[in-house]
Write a protein that binds this ligand. Structure first.
Ligand code: IPD
Ligand code: CA
Ligand code: CA
Length: 258
């Protein structure tokens, strides 16, 4: 049987080292903010340094594994074992001095996620999951929420980077959902959003046009905590609803394309 624990322990070591890099730059003037596709799409020295470190550890320990990481070209992405890395999820928060940012590391076997780690160093929160073995926050088992009324539910969402150019930009969905729920949050980190659904801190989360590295680890953590993950678009990268089971049927129809 495959020893997923060993992969998990290595992923945790990598995540903590990346978190140390985040903290070295957080609220400093040294992180050199740059834009990528547009002014809403940002990267810093902390993103790049954390990714470089994670990739170097994987290449040393697992030279035959593939790697998909946000800030680099894919490496052997067709391999049986593949790491999917967001070295800093929530870079906009990070660059503003806001605390909701994390590193997200997933390991896929034949395209199925088997290990996921999300570590938010400023918050001191480490989420992990191994396929079939439940989800954990700082070593304690977590389960998703059990509400069945939208009026009592607190949801999170986000706005896609192409919001200025693409009319499918979540404004319609937010205006449909907002009057029906207790509250909507915009945390600014997809991996934290998914992990918070897992822990029951959020009752559901949806977002359009995410990337594989935004959702790989967090989706496993949410599923392992009992949450339901449903696609809400077929043609917009990773567009998903992650929800506690009691409200997924109530929220899902409100998020489908018009
Ligand atoms: C972003 C965050 C944000 C979400 C964006 C993501 P990044 O990731 O997860 O919450 O709304 O869609 O791309 O750029 O900070 O790694
Ligand atoms: Ca991200
Ligand atoms: Ca990122």
């Amino acid at each position: 049987m495959t020893d997923y624990k060993r992969f998990l322990n290595d992923a945790i070591v990598m995540a903590k080292s990346a978190g140390d890099i985040h903290m070295k730059y957080f609220r400093s003037s040294e992180f050199n903010l740059q834009t990528k596709l547009n002014d809403s799409d940002v990267v810093t020295t902390a993103d790049r340094e954390a990714e470089k470190l994670i990739i170097s550890i994987i290449q040393e320990k697992y030279p035959d594994h593939g790697i998909i990481a946000e800030e680099s070209d894919p490496l052997h992405e067709d391999r049986e074992w593949r790491w999917v890395i967001d070295p800093l999820d929530g870079t906009t928060n990070f660059s503003q001095g806001l605390p909701a940012f994390c590193v997200s590391i997933a390991l896929e076997h034949n395209c199925n996620t088997v290990v996921g780690v999300v570590y938010a160093p400023y918050l001191g929160e480490l989420f992990h999951a191994i396929k079939g073995e439940g989800a954990f926050l700082n070593g304690r088992k977590i389960v998703c929420g059990c509400k069945d009324k939208l009026s009592e539910s607190v949801l999170a969402t986000g706005m896609p980077y192409d919001k200025q150019d693409n009319p499918d930009n979540n404004i319609r969905e937010i205006s449909q959902v907002a009057p029906l729920v207790r509250g909507i949050r915009r945390m600014g980190s997809a991996a934290i959003d998914l992990s918070y659904v897992a822990a029951g801190f959020l009752d559901a989360y949806w977002e359009l046009n995410l990337k594989r590295w935004d959702v790989a680890a967090g989706s496993l953590i949410a599923e392992e905590a009992g949450a339901v993950i449903l696609p809400i678009r077929q043609n917009r990268n990773f567009s998903i609803l992650a929800s506690s089971p009691g409200i997924s049927n109530l929220i899902f129809p409100l998020l489908l394309p018009s």
